[in-house]
Design a protein around this ligand. Structure first.
Ligand code: ZN
Ligand code: ZN
Length: 231
């Protein structure tokens, strides 16, 4: 769970930026440009925050196990390696207390991001080996002159998240896919390999060798520029 809205300021030096979607159609969560708190005050997700839920459709990895692990990965590790708090808390991630599929449709529609676990997402992600993010319900932001998305859904395979306690592999997948939610894209060639959770050794076939499993300075710089983007 996120801490108070402006509790942390991450030092972000100039660095090579990771690659992002740009132009008219920008695949990022629509709430990334702003931050606020609950209308009534107090602690909780505001309308510009990113609320997420977790659900599992495989009995081999129940939500009671993977839900807290995803939450820890996104918000509860050292501040310099978690997505939560990025771009001066314009990325403010709050876990919904129930599994996504335990909510009514109306309540579920208030949650911006879903983490979904299955044995395979071949039918959604284009092949059995892949995890992926889908962007749903495009919104035109006339002020910022681009289109972004009301909902982003992260599809992760159980196998990618196995061995939770013993390796950083599961966190590598969770953080990479969350990078997509925030507007970062995959490398298209080896020339784009850098020290980034988006261009790490998940792209060994392109020649990328970084083993990093968490967002890096390059990633934070890019997410800040996406949050600032007005084109
Ligand atoms: Zn946008
Ligand atoms: Zn990717």
């Amino acid at each position: 769970m996120a801490t108070a809205a402006f509790a942390g300021v991450r030092f972000v030096p100039t660095a090579h930026a990771s690659y992002s979607h740009n132009g008219w159609d920008q695949k990022h969560i629509a709430t990334i440009h702003d931050n606020n708190g609950p209308a009534g005050g107090g602690s909780g997700p505001g309308t510009y925050d990113e609320e997420y839920c977790v659900m599992s459709e495989t009995s081999a990895m129940p939500v009671s196990t993977i839900g807290p692990f995803i939450q820890q990965t996104l918000t509860q590790l050292s501040f310099d390696i978690v997505w939560d708090g990025s771009a001066d808390w314009r990325v403010d991630l709050w876990r919904a207390p129930k599994a996504c599929n335990e909510y009514s449709t109306a309540d579920r529609n208030n949650i911006e991001i879903e983490y979904r676990i299955r044995e395979t997402w071949a039918s959604v992600c284009g092949g059995d080996i892949y995890a992926c993010v889908t962007s749903v319900s495009p919104i035109t932001d006339a002020t910022r002159a681009h289109q972004h998305y009301k909902y982003m859904n992260v599809h992760l395979k159980r196998e990618q998240l196995a061995a939770l306690a013993t390796t950083h592999r599961a966190r590598k997948f969770i953080n990479h896919e969350t990078g997509h939610v925030l507007g970062l894209r995959d490398p298209v060639s080896g020339a784009e390999c850098m020290y980034s959770v988006m261009t790490n050794d998940l792209y060994a076939h392109l020649g990328c060798t970084a083993t990093v499993w968490h967002p890096t300075t390059s990633d934070f710089v890019s997410v800040r520029s996406i949050a600032n983007r007005a084109n």
